[in-house]
Design a protein around this ligand. Structure first.
Ligand SMILES: [Zn+2]
Length: 112
């Protein structure tokens, strides 16, 4: 049987990847997933209040297995809803670039 090739960032404890099976259906081949990280500098988004222990804001990478496109996504969310925001790495970089430009306008003013 063919082995699954995992990307370097994949954490086998979170990975659900399997090799394509004949007659597969969407989602049956699973996802590569990184270990989640906690983002501790965002207190809330809309009505969701984050708490480092009880309800942390977490981020993880994911990539669907073949035959789906090998696009890696950055996901932000909670433990209950880990994909509240899901962007391809290309869209994440473009968005981070826009935020970086906006942040540069603020310079180094004010306390951190
Ligand atoms: Zn994997």
């Amino acid at each position: 049987m063919e082995d699954v090739e995992h990307p370097g960032w994949c954490d086998l404890a979170h990975c659900t990847a399997t090799v394509p099976k004949p007659g597969y259906r969407a989602g049956e081949t699973g996802y590569h997933r990184s270990a989640p990280i906690k983002l501790e500098h965002v207190p809330s988004v809309a009505e969701i209040v984050f708490d480092a222990e009880l309800n942390p804001l977490i981020a993880h990478l994911s990539r669907a297995c073949p035959p789906w496109e090998p696009v890696t996504f950055l996901n932000l969310g909670t433990l209950a809803e880990p994909q509240l925001v899901s962007l391809s790495t290309a869209h994440t970089r473009a968005t981070m670039g826009q935020l970086g430009e906006l942040l540069a306008l603020a310079g180094a003013d004010g306390p951190t």
